[in-house]
Design a protein around this ligand. Structure first.
Ligand code: TNX
Length: 461
């Protein structure tokens, strides 16, 4: 039998000896058995097609597996029995639609690809210095002034934003795929576009101008102006009301222009505003300096697979300790180590065909995206403290769907496997992923999907 294009690898995959599986056209009625657990499923393709799933999401994951089993099959499924369930509850992709805007249609395509890889969270980075991408009723200036710019400028029409109806449409599509959307409003730094609309929220002497560069850390909301919190309450309440999922992300990263005292003042208020709006806050791990983190809040860790200490870090931050402070206050961490899952990094030699940044220590090869172990990043925390794994696609240098897909594929598939599949006892090796990924690559080719032919895999015969 040809090697099935199964990425991520199921927990148990057994070949049924001597048989061919059911015909590819066969439909299946999925039996729901809550005892199996969230997103879990058991399927067999022989002697007949049968699927049991723990919930509706599990039924979707089973169908994604059937679709992969069908790739390259000749009339019948291979005869297999599969037992499967996710290692981590949160398997995400962060898409930065602020530095460059991507239309709803591209977001839908990204969601479809995520579902094929059993990813279940799309985190939209909706606001930053270069763009404000979500309509907020009552604050039209945010999008009138903040949605026309993007990194690098570009010929009109540059920028763009999602109306509330667009945001609804994105979430509806995501829901059909068993994917939850997390909106991020990045505060108190990364707020140049918010300040364009509301210059009264800037600190004395800061005059906001449209910004299309790639620097970070120069803008801030005034932590000592009550109007800042009125504004944040407006934005957070609308977004919370419009968001199906339980989380709202506050950003909180790279507030380099702010005093530590102002940052702490701001965080305490901002966390409380999200809780009052009925959502669980998420924030980048820098926000772990706060001693008033609400129970259940999640710190998104973006430093390296081997965390840098305060002496090694250019900002003097002890990254692991900041992340751990979420857990000490009853929260959890979401792992996005930048030298493994930052998809804006280039993938090989950095030549003209290999665009991307490299600030986290060089290129991120397929091996770099795959051969890391989540429980070893912050080992003192333990597996229960890890909500999950999330890849991040920042878009300062990503302007088109084609560039986006070439950075995402195939590394996103490798990361999806790290997040879903159990840790192999002998460690992860690209060589084990390679034949399955190559089979998936053949399908991407068939569909005309752009992807990077990583040098670690022989893609063609
Ligand atoms: C760091 S790590 C950022 C983003 C940039 C990205 C570029 C973190 C939370 N923030 O503002 O877009 O690097 O790689």
């Amino acid at each position: 039998m040809p090697i099935p294009a199964l990425v991520p690898l199921p927990r148990v995959l057994a070949q049924v000896s001597g048989g061919v599986g059911a015909p590819l056209g066969d439909d299946v009625v999925v039996e729901i058995d809550p005892a199996l657990g969230a997103e879990a499923y058991v399927l067999a393709t022989s002697p007949a097609l049968s699927v049991r799933a723990g919930d509706e999401a599990g039924a979707l994951r089973a169908r994604a597996t059937l679709a992969q089993l069908a790739l390259g099959a000749d009339g019948n499924y291979p005869a297999v029995r599969i037992e499967d369930s996710p290692r981590f509850a949160h398997r995400g992709l962060m898409l930065d639609v602020a530095r460059h805007f991507f239309p709803v249609e591209t977001v839908r395509e990204v969601l479809d690809l995520m579902a094929e890889l059993k990813l279940n969270v799309l985190h939209l980075h909706l606001t930053d210095d270069q763009g404000w991408r979500i309509e907020i009723t009552g604050h039209p200036a945010l999008t009138d002034l903040g949605a026309r710019s993007q990194c690098g400028g570009g010929t009109p029409p540059a920028g763009g934003y999602y109306t509330r109806a667009d945001y609804r449409a994105i979430q509806d599509h995501a829901a059909r795929l068993g994917i939850t959307v997390i909106p991020e409003i990045d505060v108190p730094g990364h707020t140049n576009t918010a300040l364009l609309a509301h210059p009264e929220l800037a600190v004395a002497g800061f005059v906001p101008e449209p910004y299309e560069g790639t620097e970070v850390g120069f803008s801030q909301l005034d932590a000592n102006n009550e109007a800042t919190y009125d504004f944040l309450t407006d934005v957070v309440s609308q977004l919370a009301a419009d968001t199906d999922g339980p989380y709202l992300h506050l950003g909180g990263d790279e507030t380099l222009a702010m005093t530590p005292e102002d940052y702490l003042t701001f965080l305490e208020r901002a966390f409380a505003i999200v809780v009052a709006a009925g959502k669980t806050p998420l924030a980048w791990h820098e926000a772990g300096c706060c001693e008033a983190i609400p129970a259940g809040a999640v710190g998104q860790y973006w430093n390296l697979v081997r965390p840098q200490s305060g002496q090694e870090d250019r900002f003097g931050i002890d990254h692991a300790d900041r992340a751990a402070n979420f857990v000490r206050q009853g929260g959890r961490v979401l792992l996005s180590p930048s030298d493994a899952v930052y998809l804006d990094h280039h993938q090989g030699d950095g030549g003209p065909d290999d665009p991307g940044v490299a600030w986290s220590g060089g290129p991120i090869t397929l091996r770099g995206a795959y051969e890391w172990e989540p429980s070893a990043v912050l080992p003192e925390l333990g597996e229960d403290a890890i909500l999950g794994v999330e890849a991040a696609l920042w878009t300062e240098h990503v302007a088109t769907r084609e560039q986006l897909l070439r950075l995402a594929l195939p590394r996103l598939a490798a990361i999806a496997e790290v997040a879903w599949s159990p840790a192999p006892a002998e460690g992860r090796r690209v060589a084990d992923l390679a034949p399955r990924l190559r089979a998936l690559g053949a399908e991407w080719d068939r569909r005309g999907l752009p992807f990077t032919r990583s040098g670690e895999i022989v893609w063609e015969d």
